[in-house]
Design a protein around this ligand. Structure first.
Ligand SMILES: [Mg+2]
Length: 351
């Protein structure tokens, strides 16, 4: 739990003052028997359910930049990306642990805003913060989040289970966050394609939409649980490294391959508009760009309408983008049947 090891910052508040400050803003949640403040948290699983646990580490200037990520949205995103892993299993997110290594120059205001964002996401997703740790950092802010969730054993979806002939689905649109990052990396003003500036009906709103997909992702918890409960899905993963790489994990664990239809990848209007300003083929970002945090799952084609209806009820779009194959490679095809030579390494796990 939150220990006093090595904490030298926030000298006018102290580590325990900081923890008290967080604890005062935290309320309990389902299954929380003892939260922040004791040596360990005590929680109770819903009878019959199993525990799902995942952890993520976010390093300053590796996973985020303080100049791009304001503290409130960084707090939201830190928890959201962990919740996405529970959503990918069809689980119900319940409890989280937050550990921070804090550089000495980090203002208390930044931490307060970070915690405000983290707890806002926690409230939206029904997650309780039940503990963590703080220490000082000599090289940037380090954020470690452990998320725990639960689900009935029969409803938990894994990366294994995809069968040849299944459809490959993705939720919502792909590539928005990756294009948002590209815009930020290029300097937003200079990277802003001229065709956006010239369109009065689609000006900065489009770019802001891309940035919000990058800076404030939405974990697909509701859709994940609905898909798990439907019994129509054979395998599922969340898309953090691009659909090509992440479907590749399903393929490997299911001992299958896949055929992805490049032009079926769902693109947002903001993406299409902004991508037109770049020379490179925009689909590459939708295929291999990171941080979509959408779901990729497989399901037999006879359930196509049921899946579409189910996702509609969850308020999210779904698109079949390919077919699971028995040959152990994941290939990407254009509409005319030609194979797309994507830039990322091919999947040769079984070679
Ligand atoms: Mg994941």
């Amino acid at each position: 739990m939150m220990s006093k090891a090595g904490y030298k910052n926030l000298s006018n508040l102290g580590e325990f003052g900081f923890i008290d400050r967080i604890a005062a803003r935290v309320s309990g949640g389902p299954g929380v028997i003892t939260g922040i403040g004791d040596d360990a948290a005590v929680t109770a699983l819903t009878p019959g359910m199993q525990l799902l646990t995942s952890t993520d580490m976010l390093l300053e200037d590796v996973h985020f930049r303080r100049s791009w990520h304001d503290p409130y949205h960084l707090g939201r995103k830190s928890l959201a990306v962990s919740i996405s892993d529970i959503a990918a299993m069809g689980g119900i997110p319940r409890w989280s642990l937050l550990s921070l290594a804090i550089p000495s120059d980090l203002p208390l205001d930044f931490l307060d805003e970070f915690i405000r964002g983290y707890l806002a996401m926690a409230t939206e997703q029904g997650v309780a913060l039940i503990g963590g740790d703080t220490c000082s950092s000599r090289s940037g802010l380090v954020i470690s989040v452990t998320i725990m969730g639960e689900q009935l054993p029969d409803l938990i979806l894994r990366r294994s289970g995809a069968a040849p002939g299944d459809d490959i689905w993705v939720t919502d649109t792909l590539g928005d966050a990756a294009l948002g990052l590209k815009l930020l990396e290029g300097g937003l003003d200079s990277a802003q394609p001229p065709n956006i500036a010239q369109k009065p009906d689609c000006p900065l709103i489009g770019v802001e939409g891309l940035l919000s997909r990058l800076l404030d992702p939405t974990p697909r918890t509701v859709a994940g649980q609905a898909l798990a409960g439907s019994g129509l899905v054979s395998a599922m993963i969340d898309i953090s490294d691009g659909v090509l790489a992440d479907y590749g994990h399903i393929a490997r664990l299911s001992a299958v391959g896949g055929s992805i239809n490049l032009e079926a990848l769902p693109l947002s209007p903001a993406f299409c508009s902004a991508a037109a300003g770049f020379d490179s083929f925009p689909y590459q970002l939708a295929l291999s760009g990171g941080e979509d945090y959408e779901l990729c799952f497989t399901s037999p084609p006879r359930y196509r309408e049921n899946i579409a209806d189910l996702l509609k009820k969850c308020g999210v779009d779904g698109t079949p983008v390919g077919i699971v194959t028995s040959s152990p490679e994941v290939k990407v095809f254009l509409a005319d049947g030609a194979e797309f030579a994507h830039k990322t390494e091919g999947f040769t796990h079984f070679a």
